[in-house]
Design a protein. Structure first.
Length: 394
């Protein structure tokens, strides 16, 4: 998702999984190369497609050469020429369904997904192998431009310090068995991704099929080293941060506005926080599926309702209304990413508890629920969020 795709979404709801090399297993690559007559890049793409397929997802990738310009951010198997050649070969051989995006189409990448036959064959191969070795990321901090393309930057002491922490988190997660209901190990190395500058974004994203790519209900079925999980989240985190910055108590329920469905108010308010202009916010709200409770999404009637809802939200949240449609979301993501770092530092690095971030929520073994809640509350208090609530994720 590029920086311009600011609309609110829940982790796991993304229709595609960005292409990455999750494993570093030369024996597996050689076996797949021989079986399917592909190169190493083709083998990596096959594994990515099969893992994504198990969760009903396609793998997204770019066919634009400039997207690959910042080569130091790329795995050696994922150069422009290798990726395009491998995808086109897999397509020609009938091993993938290929959704090639037209040149110049902004906002969407091309994608591919494994055929059922490929899934059956590769699953049998993977199940016959011992645990695969995860790839160690050579770039733990990624800076992207407005189009989502990685850009170069100077490696500072501060970035080095943060990278060492991320590497420590990855080591703990990579050594754990994070098993889905389908029997897939969703352990995956993470990188922090910033948008345009280091004051925007910075959230932790696993580089491959992971616990973040699956639906929230599916996360409830995960196990960490054989133990069921619990997921806790910060309730209404971004509004809470804005109210703390304004020095004003936050309403008991930010999304309760008389005369409006709560779930529509939630989508609209989070859209307002993330949007760059009121016009963009209005159109996004009008086109939201939640708008169907009032009008057919995308119609003039829906746009009228969106305008009325925006006015109602501004009246209800006057102390923070200046932050609406001001592109505040990326700045708030930087704050919540630092919160996530603090929580994982406490639990993973200091207490040895495997902790999986989902931006403003976290999964741990169920027996560690109290430790997770305490770590989240401590991290929040340190940045002035004294009235923040922590709840079990739905």
């Amino acid at each position: 998702m590029s920086d311009r795709d600011w609309q609110y979404y829940q982790p796991g709801d993304e229709p595609q999984i960005p292409l990455g090399v999750k494993y570093d297993d030369k024996q597996l690559w050689n076996y797949l190369k021989e079986t399917f007559r592909v190169g190493a890049t083709g083998a990596a793409l096959i594994v990515a497609a099969v893992e994504a397929h198990r969760f009903g997802k396609a793998v997204s990738y770019s066919r634009s050469k400039p997207f690959y310009d910042a080569e130091r951010f790329r795995h050696t198997l994922l150069t422009y020429r290798r990726v395009i050649a491998a995808v086109d070969q897999l397509d020609a051989d009938g091993m993938i369904a290929h959704y090639k995006q037209a040149s110049g189409c902004r906002g969407w990448q091309s994608a591919f997904e494994a055929t059922p036959e490929l899934v059956t064959t590769v699953t049998a191969i993977l199940e016959s192998k011992p645990r695969l070795k995860l790839q160690r990321l050579h770039q733990l901090t990624i800076l992207r431009d407005v189009d989502g393309k990685p850009i170069d930057y100077n490696q500072t002491r501060e970035i080095d310090r943060r990278d060492k922490k991320t590497d420590g988190f990855n080591e703990a997660i990579g050594s754990a068995e994070i098993i889905s209901l389908e029997g897939v190990n969703l352990a995956c190395p993470m990188a922090r991704i910033h948008n345009r500058d280091f004051n925007r974004g910075g959230r932790f994203y696993p580089m491959g099929t992971s616990w973040q790519n699956i639906k929230s209900q599916a996360r409830k079925s995960l196990t960490i080293n054989g133990e069921p999980v619990v997921e806790l989240d910060f309730k209404t985190l971004h509004p809470a941060i804005l109210y703390a910055e304004a020095g004003t108590p936050m309403p008991h329920d930010c999304y309760a506005i008389e005369g409006w469905p709560r779930d529509l108010v939630k989508v609209a308010m989070l859209t307002l926080i993330n949007a760059r202009t009121v016009q963009a916010a209005r159109l996004s709200i009008a086109n939201s599926d939640r708008m169907a409770q009032r009008a057919v999404p995308g119609t003039q009637e829906a746009i009228g309702y969106a305008s009325a809802l925006i006015d109602a939200i501004k009246r209800a949240h006057g102390p923070i209304a200046d932050a609406f449609h001001s592109d505040a979301g990326a700045r708030l993501m930087r704050i919540d990413s630092d919160l996530a770092e603090a929580v994982m530092q406490d639990l993973i690095l200091h207490k040895g508890i495997v902790t999986l971030p989902v931006h403003d929520s976290f999964l741990v073994p169920a027996s560690k629920r109290d430790e997770l809640e305490a770590a989240m509350m401590d991290a929040a208090h340190k940045i002035g969020l004294h009235s923040i609530k922590i709840t079990e994720a739905k």
